[in-house]
Design a protein around this ligand. Structure first.
Ligand code: PDD
Length: 266
């Protein structure tokens, strides 16, 4: 179906309450990458929201493959959203509902080499369920736009002096040949790319730790790296106008970029 022909009720709880869960995946030559990981995270979110998605992993995979084959883009992102559908406006979850499922694909450009960006540091004003990939993303869009206005691409959040994640990415900090990343909790999204990078580091015996990272660590870091499905891995050279590392050498970033490429495209 053409995007312009797709219709949704104005009473959809996704529209009325911003109540929904979503996934963004990558597809290469019609193959959906790391679907199992995305499906598991979707299920966790659905459980939290008491939303019965009514599809098995295989059924949903087949459905996405069908949308992919209709669109026929060699490289694309796949956006998938579930809500509890349309119901009279009432804050209580509806007891009976007919879920809305929306799937779209968009062509995407894969960067040929490690991208280097600027970022800003912001207080993490989000809620305490950032582990749920919820469609209520106002805090993220607000932060992202603030970053753009100051000439950057990403906003990095801190909560009580501890780094959490980017507005649309997870973070990794390299200090003296050791890689640190915030541990999984309610303040970060358990990123699919984050898990792939952890797996790559395990395989390559790269020293790493999931731990609390203070803001101060930023100014001592050799590299700061951000990960997400659509961007892969990018390096940050500057936060709030302050240089990170030497601002131009990202050895681990390049290594992981190559490893991720191999994992996804071969
Ligand atoms: N966002 N943290 C946040 C807040 C995110 O929004 C994302 C990704 C990530 C990285 O997760 P993953 O590696 O699974 O993509 C971390 C997607 C891409 C988006 O909202 O478009």
């Amino acid at each position: 179906m053409n995007l312009a022909d797709a219709k949704i009720s104005v009473l959809d709880r996704g529209f009325i309450f911003g109540e929904g869960i979503y996934e963004v995946m990558l597809a290469v030559e019609g193959n959906l990458l790391h679907f199992k990981n995305h499906f598991e995270r979707l299920q966790d979110g659905a459980k939290d929201m008491q939303l019965d998605i009514q599809f098995s992993e295989t059924k949903l995979h087949d459905l996405i493959k069908e949308v992919l084959s209709l669109n026929n883009n060699p490289f694309c992102s796949v956006y998938l959203q579930f809500t509890k559908g349309a119901a009279p406006r009432d804050h209580y979850y509806p007891t009976r509902y007919d879920p809305t499922l929306f799937i779209m694909t968009s062509p995407i450009n894969m960067p040929p080499r490690l991208n280097v960006v600027k970022a800003i540091l912001l207080k993490d004003i989000r809620w305490q369920k950032c582990n749920v990939k919820s469609t209520s993303l106002y805090a993220n869009t607000w932060a992202k736009t603030k970053a753009k206005k100051s000439g950057g691409e990403e906003a990095i959040f801190e909560r009580n002096g501890i780094l959490t994640e980017g507005a649309t990415s997870n973070l990794f900090l390299v200090h003296r040949n050791k890689v640190l990343t915030p541990k999984e909790n309610e303040h970060i999204l358990p990123g699919v790319t984050r898990e792939l990078v952890l797996e790559i580091m395990r395989r390559k015996n790269i020293d790493h730790e999931e731990t609390n990272i203070s803001i101060d660590s930023l100014w001592k870091a050799d590299e700061l790296l951000l990960t997400s499905t659509t961007k892969g891995i990018v390096a940050v050279k500057d936060i709030n106008g302050k240089q990170i590392g030497d601002g131009e050498t990202f050895n681990l970033g390049v290594e992981i970029f190559q490893a991720l490429k191999t994992l996804s495209f071969t």
